[in-house]
Design a protein around this ligand. Structure first.
Ligand code: HEM
Length: 477
């Protein structure tokens, strides 16, 4: 267990294990029975109560939601997100959530999602897989998925395709800048505020990279916004036609109807928040899922059987892509995805701070100077939540005796968050996850390169530290 040093608190232990942060959280929380107080250095206000207790999660995320806003600390750390939905509380958050939900559920966006998912799989992902399969190259699937979801998210949000998925594997500054921002944000969680602020002031280390990456993000997004304004002023594309509409167009179009003030700052913050929401979470989920499936042949076989079962008899043995609607009701595929998200949640931890001191259901007292941290990664591995086989990949645990999907409350399965701030993109994510997973599993055999090390990285998004190096072979000639 972490040792509490005079003056330094448990910071030395945190640093000693920072390279395996997620696993360390899971170990400590398991040994401590689900809740653990990490003492920060003297006078640093860095005391953190780590918890995986579902009763605490429910209390904080739902029952006492108003007492646990994201708060000013969160906003300081995530300042690059501006006043976007992730970073705001109270009315500012409430209004944005209402508008975002309306636009994400709108028929125009749904049409656009279906079209974009199909086209990027067919014209982006498949040509790369065909190429590496033909040449016998090793490919980093994680990199490929990051490129894929970066392109799809950018198209869905702005209508523009940055062209990241291609056999040339081009460097795209926008995407690289987002990686650097995420790393710097993670470091801000590990250091006392005074230290990262000093780094920022001196413009060194991660803070220096963050400042430069921030500039890149502002420039690219600024360009997209002005291009879109120009385009709309010429074509007046107000009605979503058969192809549907991207979010940026809808925001500008609906400005008056929704009582929005879509100035450039609002659009910049909105685009960046959606990009962060959609890109990394979905590619992380795809990477862990394809790794789990390719290392569990019995699961792979069942997914293939289920995919074949929705095709006419002779078509099951041929190259084929699947439409989003065709995959909607596949119970086993859905269960396998939930199981992967349980063990490898793309957002591995979250934190909150109370406005008023309060005692949690577990009996632990928290005050406004402390943070409460949920480790989602640890939550999925706890025997007392998921049973003795909690660390095993078993899609069957998500299927009821009647063969339907088993409902698990969100304060137990927290991958998409719980309570009033539940993820707004869950359906969008499942649509994308299923169409990519089905295209790959039905048409290709994925083999992880022998000896390739697989472990979680250290960031605000759960990626594989060394990527996912695989060989791809075609199943049908
Ligand atoms: C596997 C994929 C995804 C996972 C695991 C996921 C998970 C999450 C989590 C944990 C949060 C809470 C974050 C926080 O409050 O700090 C969240 C919020 C959110 N997500 Fe997702 N997400 C995914 C995909 C998406 C996609 C594709 C979109 C949009 C197209 C999206 C839109 C949002 C939005 C707008 C919020 C903010 C909700 C609010 O604060 O009211 N997500 N998501």
């Amino acid at each position: 267990m972490p040792w509490n040093w005079p003056l330094l608190g448990m910071l030395p232990s945190l640093f000693l294990h920072v390279h395996r942060f997620q696993e360390r959280c899971a170990d400590v929380l398991e040994w401590s029975g689900g809740t653990f107080l990490l003492k920060g250095p003297w006078f640093s206000n860095m005391d953190i109560l780590g918890t995986v207790d579902p009763a605490n999660v429910h209390f904080i995320m739902s029952a006492n939601f108003a007492n646990f806003p994201k708060g000013p600390e969160f906003k300081k750390i995530f300042e690059v997100l501006g006043d976007g939905i992730f970073n705001t509380d109270l009315d500012l958050w409430k209004n944005q959530r209402k508008q975002a939900r309306a636009l994400l559920n709108h028929e125009h966006f749904r049409k656009f999602l279906i079209k974009t998912s199909w086209e990027k799989v067919e014209k982006g992902l498949i040509p790369v897989l065909e190429h590496v399969a033909k040449q016998g190259f090793v490919v980093d699937l994680q990199d490929l998925f990051q490129r894929f979801t970066f392109d799809t998210t950018c198209i869905l949000v702005t209508g523009y395709d940055p062209g990241c998925v291609s056999i040339e594997f081009p460097d795209v500054p926008f995407s690289k800048a987002m990686d650097e921002v995420e790393e710097a944000l993670f470091m801000r969680h590990c250091l006392p505020e005074s230290v990262w602020k000093l780094e920022k002031w001196l413009s060194i280390g991660h803070e220096h990279k963050l400042t430069k990456a921030w500039d890149v993000l502002d420039n690219v997004i600024g360009k997209y916004v002005s291009m879109k304004r120009e385009e709309l002023s010429q074509s007046r594309k107000f009605e979503g036609d058969e192809e549907g509409l991207d979010l940026l167009t809808s925001y500008i179009n609906e400005e008056e109807g929704m009582g929005l003030d879509c100035d450039d700052k609002f659009l910049r913050d909105t685009i960046l928040n959606f990009m962060i929401a959609g890109r990394d979470t979905t590619s992380s989920a795809l990477t862990w899922f394809l790794w789990l499936v390719s290392t569990h042949p019995e699961v792979e076989k069942k997914i293939r059987e289920e995919l074949s079962s929705i095709l006419p008899p002779k078509e099951g043995e041929k190259w084929r892509l699947f439409k989003v609607e065709e995959l909607k009701n596949l119970v086993y595929l859905h269960s396998a995805l939930c199981e992967s998200l349980r063990l490898y949640p793309p957002v591995p931890f979250q934190h909150k701070a109370p406005v008023q001191p309060v005692t949690l259901p577990s009996g632990h007292y928290v005050n406004p100077k402390m943070k409460v941290m949920f480790s989602l990664y640890a939550m999925g591995r706890m025997g007392f939540i998921w049973g003795k086989d909690s660390k095993e990949f078993k899609p069957e645990r998500w299927i009821t005796e009647r063969g339907t999907i088993k409902y698990e409350p969100s304060y137990k399965f927290l991958a998409f968050n719980a309570g009033p701030r539940t993820c707004l993109g869950k359906e969008v994510a499942f649509a994308q996850l299923k169409s990519v997973a089905a295209a790959i599993i039905h048409n290709y055999q994925i083999q992880v390169v022998e000896g390739h090390p697989v472990s979680p990285n250290v960031s605000v998004i759960l990626y594989m530290k060394h990527g996912l190096k695989v060989k791809v072979t075609k199943r049908w000639t």
